[in-house]
Design a binder for this molecule. Structure first.
Ligand code: AMP
Ligand code: ZN
Length: 125
């Protein structure tokens, strides 16, 4: 059932503490930890503790939880000092939800990538 922990899900195992992760923030409903294969100087994943397979099913099934994830992504950016600053052109960050295998999704538990600390090309590859 949507929202319930899945025994075969890597990120559910991280939430349960069965797989280690470098946690940078935690709230009642979310967890933020460093990506094991970082694509930028700051690369943090923000996940709902409850299991939803992707961002769209999270937003449809638990809109307040989707908002929690987005708010925590912003808090991670502030904490990591990558948030936009007036007069500092190199600052700013990207929140990415890869959705579907063709878009690069490999873990089927919704997660926001928070990327920053370097120039970010647009459009992304
Ligand atoms: P995606 O490809 O968008 O589904 O993102 C999954 C992300 O999870 C990738 O960027 C992986 O590097 C990352 N990842 C996989 N296993 C772990 C892990 N054990 N701890 C932290 N990040 C992980
Ligand atoms: Zn899961």
């Amino acid at each position: 059932m949507a929202g319930e922990s899945q025994a075969d899900c890597l990120f559910c195992k991280i939430v349960a503490g069965d797989v280690p992760a470098t946690v940078v923030r935690e709230s009642e409903t979310t967890l933020a930890f460093r990506d094991i294969n970082p694509q930028a100087p700051t690369h943090v994943l923000v996940i709902p503790k409850a299991h939803y397979p992707d961002a769209a099913s999270l937003a449809a099934g638990a809109p307040e939880l989707a908002a929690d994830v987005l708010r925590e992504a912003g808090e991670v950016a502030a904490q990591e000092k990558i948030a936009a600053e007036e007069g500092v052109p190199s600052k700013g960050y990207r929140i990415v939800f890869n959705t579907g295998a063709g878009a690069g999704q490999t873990v089927w538990h919704a997660h926001a990538h928070v990327l920053g600390g370097r120039g970010l090309n647009w459009p992304p590859g």
